[in-house]
Ligand binder design. Structure first.
Ligand SMILES: N[C@@H](CCC(=O)N[C@@H](CS)C(=O)NCC(=O)O)C(=O)O
Length: 271
């Protein structure tokens, strides 16, 4: 497989899933950074043609276009140089369930409600930002009527975000998210010492769990990882060279955040 390009953002959760999955699978990719926070390159006309969800990550190859991290994860599992537990029929259903359970969580609600519950002034910033984005998406609809469907869908997504972050108390959203994460973690299979979630080989479920636990740690919510077997699993996962190589954030890295934004702006997206 040659010349795969990964469009991603350094601090983005689902970009980390894609980076970790591809790195663990030994699938090389060319990094194409996007500034999704300030310049909002994910909303640009060029990127809209690439990924109709207007989100990162996207994986593009000569005969390949994957526009969701779950697709990139499945692709990595198929391509893995050293087969993952996903290739074992006995584990397939369990892994699929663990991965689907992870995707049913709202990482954005968890992250933002945590930030808003500790820094209430941030609410105004989020509300203004989402309202401003929707105004410019409406404007874009006039300029690019052929892209109206994707532009309308994004506005709808932002309205749903406003309904959570503007209209619901952050503490209540956070408490819901904590309960959901706790019940997800409780549903995972017991980890045998020295092994991974599904036996002695890594799986897609380990990849998403590693990114989830990293986000819990970054949000100061690592207390949710109360199971001793999962705590040991986490200690071991962090030792994996791929975890470091994939740049999975367990804390907010301010300098890297700015450096990635600058790099993204220097390298515009090519259709
Ligand atoms: N289901 C998608 C979710 C991707 C997603 O929400 N990405 C976030 C960053 S972690 C994003 O691009 N946000 C920018 C936006 O929504 O405008 C996936 O798994 O790839």
């Amino acid at each position: 497989m040659r010349d795969l390009e990964l469009f991603h953002a350094a601090p983005s959760y689902y970009s980390m899933v894609a980076r970790l999955a591809l790195t663990e699978a030994g699938v090389p990719f060319i990094s194409r950074l996007l500034d999704i926070h300030v310049a909002k390159q994910q909303l640009s006309p060029t990127y809209r043609l690439l990924n109709p969800h207007l989100t990162v990550p996207t994986l593009r190859g000569p005969d390949l276009l994957l526009t969701d991290s779950s697709e990139i994860l499945a692709f990595a599992a198929e391509q893995a140089l050293h087969p993952w537990a996903d290739s074992d029929l006995a584990f397939r259903a369990g892994i699929a369930e663990a991965v689907a359970g992870h995707y049913a969580l709202s990482i954005e609600d968890l992250t933002f409600s945590k930030v808003l519950s500790t820094r209430p002034w941030f609410k105004l910033v989020v509300v203004r930002m989402l309202t401003g984005i929707n105004r410019s998406l409406e404007h874009e609809e006039q300029r690019f009527p052929e892209q109206a469907t994707v532009l309308k869908a994004k506005q709808e997504q932002n309205r749903a975000r406003l309904a959570v972050f503007r209209d619901r108390p952050a503490a209540e959203v956070l408490s819901d998210q904590r309960a959901q994460v706790a019940s997800y973690l409780a549903s995972l299979p017991p980890v045998v010492a020295g092994g991974w979630l599904f036996g002695s080989r890594l799986s897609s479920a380990d990849v998403v769990l590693a990114v989830l636990v990293s986000r819990l740690e970054m949000s100061g919510e690592q207390g949710l990882l109360s199971r001793p077997d999962l705590q040991q699993w986490w200690q071991r996962y962090q030792q994996r060279p791929c975890f470091v190589e994939a740049d999975v954030w367990t804390r907010f890295k301010r300098r890297e955040f700015v450096a990635a934004l600058l790099q993204a702006r220097r390298t515009p997206i090519k259709a």
